[in-house]
Design a binder for this molecule. Structure first.
Ligand code: IPE
Ligand code: IPE
Ligand code: MG
Length: 254
């Protein structure tokens, strides 16, 4: 039985989020420049997007560039931005062919104008697609997102559009960049780092976390299948006891 066949398609995570990490180390291991790692990371993006779409995953969020990554050496930032523009331009026909819509979360006003332009065109050109929602986290950080949400909530209270006593968790959710997307059930981080690095702090509240030593440019569909199988072997209790869950399942069946 192949790894893919071991996946229970009835219990597929609707939303998978990935911190694509390890491009620099992958390149350095080969005696190459960090940008070579990023270039090869694009191959993994292609493979994983295709793999997720084939399985029927509905949302895939990829952390591609954090707010903190702006502090990297200028040549790396410029190289990454050029790679981004070029990749988006090249990939739009494939996204359309595979019925995938593109979305972006993050402070895109920080991106170079050419990248902003390419992105908004790609988002428009893929907006009618009804398959996988591919969400790129670009110039994204959770604290930036939450800060932004708080500012907007405060402004709406000031303008009398919102009453403080009516603010619920659903209201807060509506002020996040992810307001149109469900929370990820599964979050994967590559490269052996065990941290969240300012990614979806609010949305990951009850996500299952999966860490692998594989560096992002080596990550392929098989690795994605492994992560999903691992996820499917877990018991998600949401604060309840295991016994309670079993009772619920029995009630569901009978
Ligand atoms: C992830 O790989 C890609 C980005 C953060 C843009 P890194 O560039 O962080 O690679 P390592 O962690 O240095 O190996
Ligand atoms: C997290 O990776 C951001 C992305 C993958 C885009 P980093 O490599 O920037 O994270 P830290 O700095 O090691 O935590
Ligand atoms: Mg890194």
């Amino acid at each position: 039985m192949s790894q893919k066949e071991k996946i229970n398609l009835q219990r597929l995570p609707k939303h998978i989020a990935i911190i694509m990490d390890g491009n620099g180390r992958w390149a350095q291991e080969k005696g190459e420049d960090r940008l070579f790692g990023h270039l090869n990371g694009v191959e993994s993006v292609r493979d994983i997007v295709e793999g997720a779409a084939e399985l029927g995953v509905q949302y895939l969020t990829l952390y591609a560039f954090s707010t903190e990554n702006w502090d990297r050496p200028a040549y790396e930032v410029t190289g990454l931005m050029e790679l981004l523009v070029e990749t988006i331009r090249k990939e739009v026909p494939t996204l359309n062919k595979n019925n995938i819509s593109l979305h972006v979360i993050g402070d895109t006003s920080m991106l170079p104008p050419a990248a902003q332009q390419e992105l908004s065109e790609a988002i428009n050109e893929t907006s009618a697609n009804t398959g996988l929602h591919l969400i790129m986290a670009l110039s994204y950080s959770s604290r930036w997102e939450i800060n932004n949400a708080v500012k907007n909530i405060a402004a709406d209270v000031r303008d009398n559009k919102l009453q403080p006593e009516n603010i619920t968790q659903e209201t807060v959710q509506q002020y996040l960049c992810t307001k149109y997307f469900p929370d990820p059930e599964l979050m994967i981080r590559t490269s052996g780092e065990y941290r969240i690095s300012n990614f979806l702090l609010y949305q990951l509240a009850y996500s299952e976390l999966y860490f692998t030593n594989t560096l992002w440019p080596d990550f392929r569909k098989e690795n994605l299948y492994e992560a999903i199988i691992d996820y499917q072997g877990r018991e998600r209790r949401f604060g309840k006891t295991s016994e309670q869950l079993k009772t619920t399942i029995k009630t569901d069946i009978f």
